[in-house]
Design a protein around this ligand. Structure first.
Ligand code: PGA
Length: 249
């Protein structure tokens, strides 16, 4: 079975901590208006928590799905400031980013916690987008595969049935928001490594997105790689024309 044929492309925008009600409305209107250029590609945006209701209302019935950027590992309780998976599901959320490198680096999220969050998200019916990626120092020390394997291990340990419902995203930390992008071949090399682990688990069909300074100008060459199934897009997802051109690539 050629799983590349059944892995529909997926492009997810990660708005990070950007936006206002007014700027979001313009961005969402632009996305909906330009959707016709996008074919055979699933599209989604991951917005800050307070704007999820706005995003849900604007994208209802458009075919663009949406998600959150983080989620608690807890179901409910005395966890001030946290957002439970069931709360996201309560108003129709589909995706949630888990283990983004900014959460790992700035909020101390460990590989174990990332797996716990992914598991909690799945249990509530969300589709986790689990992010992995090495730092520049790790890359230069030749540790990329080792780091990715370590980050993935507790996630893959959740089992084939769980992993089958996830999306993975390879985002080299040195390429995020820096304008540096992995070359298509560099990215493909890591994606093939991840694919091999998914294949070993029996879930080669799981989509693996690339992230890190993806733009309309480099999307096509990245998407030409056999194990790159789409993109997780930060900065460029805030400009509707740019994001649409990536999804159309
Ligand atoms: P970037 O961010 O596209 O701005 O590099 C990607 C991400 O952090 O998901």
């Amino acid at each position: 079975m050629n799983t590349a044929l059944i892995r529909k492309r997926l492009v997810i925008g990660n708005w990070k901590m950007h936006g206002t009600q007014v700027s979001n409305a313009m961005l969402l209107t632009g996305l909906c208006a330009g959707m016709a250029v996008v074919h055979d590609c699933d599209m989604a945006v991951c917005a800050p928590f307070p704007y999820l209701g706005q995003v849900a209302a604007a994208l209802h019935g458009t075919g663009i799905s949406w998600g959150a950027q983080d989620v608690s590992k807890h179901e409910q309780g005395a966890y001030t400031g946290e957002v439970a998976p069931a709360m996201l599901v309560d108003f129709g959320c589909k995706w949630v980013l888990v283990g983004h490198s900014e959460r790992r680096a700035l909020h101390g999220e460990t590989d174990g916690l990332v797996a716990e969050k992914a598991s909690a998200a799945l249990k509530a019916g969300l589709a986790p987008v689990v992010c992995v990626g090495e730092t520049q120092a790790q890359q230069q020390a030749g540790q990329t595969h080792e780091v990715i394997a370590r980050q993935l291990a507790p996630v893959l340990a959740l089992g084939a049935e769980s992993v089958a419902k996830m999306v993975l995203a390879y985002e080299p930390v040195w390429a995020i928001g820096t304008g540096l992008t992995a070359t298509p071949q560099q990215a493909q090399d890591v994606h093939a490594f991840i694919r091999a682990q998914l294949t070993e688990l029996g879930v080669p069909q799981v989509r693996v997105l690339y992230g890190g300074s993806v733009k309309a100008s480099n999307a096509l060459s990245l998407f030409a790689m056999s194990d790159i199934d789409g993109a997780l897009v930060g900065g460029a997802s805030l400009v509707p024309e740019e994001f649409l051109r990536i999804a159309a690539a």
